[in-house]
Design a binder for this molecule. Structure first.
Ligand code: GDP
Ligand code: ZN
Length: 461
């Protein structure tokens, strides 16, 4: 395949001391060489592949030095895109890296579309679709654990499993072909049925297993949806802040100022949390706050974990007690906050209400008890069914949808065999399952799907 040469900044904007402008395509080396002034007039054109070169980037028009650079030259096909790739390492900072990018664009490269590097890797056969999507997840991964899942997928763990399943189906289909071509052999038909059922059951079980991991995969990718509830002023926003270690939620002395749901991502000892601070689950006259309250109820319903906050220096109210009702049956950690103030709360009563839930006391003002809370969160998470990231998780929404479809078709096939449906009808369901599974690794997808997927990528990847 032939493509023009693309370029983009491939490091996060404004982060890190080094920024990289990446080029990929036939002209990558030539374009870089035009702008490069190496020691002793070294040319990039003839350097060996996979070498790095120190020098300056000049504007060829007037010889003005633009940047001090290190340039890596990697010739295809042993590169990410399988094309010639050049990486220009320059000092971070948006201004300097942009100047470098502008120069390479001026001298023949085209600005890459989002995800275009990965798309080329896919189109050039370097990676399959599930791996390409894993790169996308990797870019978006919010915690180390989610990163590991994405990495595993990128290494092809999911692809490998899918390939195995497709191979099994192909084997059956081959037998079915024989059966259809030579219907007069009774034992062939019997064998085919037996084999078909056996393999179809195996494929169904594997798909089911994969789908079971999808919930965990989602949690790893999007974070454990964690809702902070409590009546006004107990310290919900303070809790959110102290978990986030930065002050994004508004903290005030006026009750009910958290008007809507505030969302933050945090990584608590390897547990990804999507923290939601709510306006408090309670009846209120305030219209603005009502909107917040209604959304809060909605958010609550979808929560994986509830942090229920009480005030140590206040007596329990009906509202507090009601909260325990609302979160019944959910995973809850009860937090009694403001232990630095004189005690008013009846801890005996709190323990009774908390029942089997974990109970932690904190003074967020004095930064006490947060460690214990984090411990409680991580032990809750790790004592559950969720394990470290060395298994194959399915976390991609498209994969889940396709897996559900293929589960349906394989079940149709099994039912067909059991009900004595003609084998060539069963064959259709098996073939469809094979095709659907292929969509996960990109073996049978059409162009538009591919375009749609790759347009979701970040620039430079
Ligand atoms: P929210 O309405 O539940 O979100 O409560 P905020 O987090 O906005 O806190 C309300 C007030 O209580 C603020 O003035 C906080 O500084 C204060 N506060 C929060 N935690 C503590 C604590 O542990 N001790 C004391 N003394 N004050 C706290
Ligand atoms: Zn608040």
């Amino acid at each position: 395949m032939e493509f023009d040469t693309i370029a983009a900044i491939s490091t996060p904007m404004g982060e890190g001391a080094i920024a990289i402008v990446r080029l990929s395509g036939d002209d990558a080396v030539r374009i870089a060489d035009k702008l490069f002034k190496g020691i002793g007039g070294k040319k990039l054109i003839n350097v060996p592949s996979h070498t790095i070169h120190y020098g300056h980037l000049l504007d060829p028009k007037n010889g003005e030095v633009i940047e001090e650079v290190m340039i890596s030259v990697m010739k295809g096909p042993k590169t990410f895109t399988k094309e010639d790739v050049v990486e220009i390492n320059c000092h971070g900072g948006i201004v300097s890296v942009n100047r470098v990018l502008q120069q390479v664009l001026k001298y023949g490269a085209r600005l890459a579309e989002p995800g275009e590097f990965t798309k080329r890797a896919f189109l050039n056969g370097r990676i399959d679709l599930s791996q390409a999507e894993a790169v996308m997840d990797l870019i978006r991964a919010k915690t180390d654990r989610a990163m590991n899942v994405a990495l595993g997928q990128m290494e092809g763990r999911l692809s490998k499993l899918i390939r195995t399943l497709r191979q099994e189906i192909l084997e059956v289909l081959a037998h079915v072909e024989v059966n259809i071509d030579y219907p007069e052999y009774d034992d062939v038909e019997e064998m085919t049925h037996k084999l078909l059922l056996e393999k179809a059951h195996f494929v169904r079980e594997e798909i089911q297993k994969l789908l079971q991991t999808s919930e965990q995969g989602k949690i790893l990718r999007e974070g454990l949806s964690t809702v902070i509830v409590g009546r006004p002023n107990v310290g919900k926003s303070s809790l959110l802040n102290s978990l986030v270690h930065e002050n994004k939620a508004i903290v005030t002395d006026i009750p009910g100022t958290t008007r809507d749901v505030i969302e933050e991502y945090v990584n608590v000892r390897g547990v990804p949390l999507r923290l939601l601070d709510t306006a408090g689950i309670r009846e209120t006259e305030d219209i603005v706050e009502r909107i917040g309250v209604e959304r809060s109820r909605q958010v609550l319903k979808e929560a994986d974990l509830i942090l229920l906050v009480l005030n140590y220096s206040d007596q329990l109210t009906a509202e507090d007690v009601n909260l325990f009702e609302v979160v019944k049956g959910m995973d809850v950690i009860v937090i009694v906050n403001k232990t630095d103030l004189p005690q008013q709360i009846d801890m005996e009563q709190v323990r009774e209400l908390a029942k089997e839930h974990k109970l932690v006391t904190t003074s967020l003002l004095e930064d006490l008890g947060v460690d214990a809370l984090e411990e409680a969160i991580s032990s809750l998470f790790f004592s559950g069914s969720i394990e470290a990231g060395d298994m194959t998780y399915v976390s991609n929404t498209r994969h889940i949808a396709v897996l559900n479809q293929s589960l349906q078709t394989i079940e149709d096939a099994i039912e067909g065999v059991e009900m004595g449906v003609p084998i060539d009808i069963v064959q259709i369901d098996m073939t469809r399952t094979w095709e659907l599974l292929g969509e996960i690794i990109g073996d049978s997808v059409h162009e538009s799907l591919i375009d749609q997927l790759f347009s979701q990528f970040c620039l430079g990847k």
